[in-house]
Design a protein around this ligand. Structure first.
Ligand SMILES: O=C(O)CCC(=O)C(=O)O
Ligand SMILES: [Fe+2]
Length: 335
């Protein structure tokens, strides 16, 4: 385990244009290819909004169990709401964190039995009655993070010498959004130190806001590296859809969160930006010198990747939330 910092990029260099923009795109490509993780500053999200979101997370998780259970995820065929500690699995092992999941507010899609089961991912969020202002704040947060990821996605397109809008069709008017507010309680790590087990994210891009308690670790060719909190920044990482689209030129990197020591609590917000559920992931036509370095997407026979986005997202959700799968998707064969 080393404590070497990850690369740090400033998004305002991209929007400034000219030489600053060219240097940004160069650094973006290097960071995404070599590590798949970087810090982002200059993103335009005000510090007081970041703090308000963390404060909302602290208030939500401090509610009595009964108020959190009122919005528990197992109520929702759309995988939204509260998951208690140990209620989520990563690679079959329970994670030591509690979390609140939000996606885009949507209408339920009426569908016929046997039709694409991922259509059931669309639907409303659940909100705790005890925190009446949470909905507006969190949806605003989700929209602002969407804006940052859309800008970044255009930067990725340019860095790979594509048309800036090459991902537009797969993203649509509003991309698939998924946000988690997370609490990692400390515990005696002789029991297990799995806050969240090692995994890759499944969307295009992830933005993580962490508080000042370390815990997020990234697998690099130097071993596991701690993403030491950098105040005001987001940690950005590449998800499997970008790896697929770039034929493995960009890397979806394994990462994990280790449980804080007993008596210490860590809070974070993780936002996953994906493609439209009804889209297929585009396969980019890379120029020869980049294509030669594209290794093909890494494939895990135990966790196949699908180009059809909805199928991929539903697979991940069913594996992570077995109680929701049993309650609402019992008729499906395991994926
Ligand atoms: O809490 C964090 O810092 C990261 C969480 C994460 O990797 C995830 O939920 O996919
Ligand atoms: Fe992750």
């Amino acid at each position: 385990m080393t404590d070497h910092p990850l690369p740090l990029l400033n998004l305002s260099d991209f929007t400034a244009g000219g030489e600053r923009c060219r240097a940004f795109l160069h650094a973006l490509r290097a960071a995404s290819r070599d590590v798949g993780f970087f810090y982002l500053t200059g993103h335009g999200i005000p510090g007081d909004l970041q703090e308000a979101v963390m404060e909302t997370a602290r208030s939500f998780f401090a509610l009595p169990d009964q108020a959190k259970e009122e919005v528990r995820m197992v109520n929702s065929p759309h995988f939204r709401g509260y998951t208690r500690i140990g209620g989520e699995l990563t690679r079959g092992q329970a994670d030591w964190r509690e979390q609140f999941d939000v996606m885009r507010e949507a209408q339920v899609v009426r569908c016929h039995y046997g039709e694409a089961p991922w259509l059931r991912l669309y639907g409303p969020n659940q909100w705790p009655s005890a925190l009446p202002r949470m909905r507006e704040l969190v949806l605003d947060w989700q929209d602002r993070l969407t804006g940052v990821t859309l800008t970044l996605l255009r930067a990725f397109a340019l860095a790979l010498e594509q048309d800036a809008g090459v991902f537009d069709e797969s993203v649509g008017e509003v991309p698939f959004q998924h946000l988690k507010l997370i609490r990692y309680p400390g515990r005696d790590t002789t029991l297990s130190d799995q806050g969240v087990g090692e995994h890759k994210d499944s969307g295009y891009l992830t933005l993580v806001l962490q508080d000042d308690t370390p815990g997020l670790e990234v697998l690099t060719d130097r071993g596991w590296v701690l993403a030491t909190p950098v105040p005001g920044s987001f940690v950005v990482n590449i998800g499997e859809l970008l790896e697929l689209a770039s034929n493995g030129y960009l890397k979806a990197t394994l990462h994990r969160v280790v449980t804080p020591p007993a008596g210490v609590t860590r809070y974070s917000s993780a936002f996953f930006m994906g493609a439209r559920l009804d889209a297929d992931v585009p396969l980019l036509d890379l120029p020869g010198y980049l294509a030669r370095e594209a290794k093909g997407p890494s494939s895990d026979p135990l966790n196949p990747l699908f180009h059809q986005v909805g199928r991929n997202v539903l697979k991940g959700r069913l594996r992570s939330h077995v109680d929701v799968a049993n309650a609402h998707y019992g008729e499906l064969e395991p994926l």
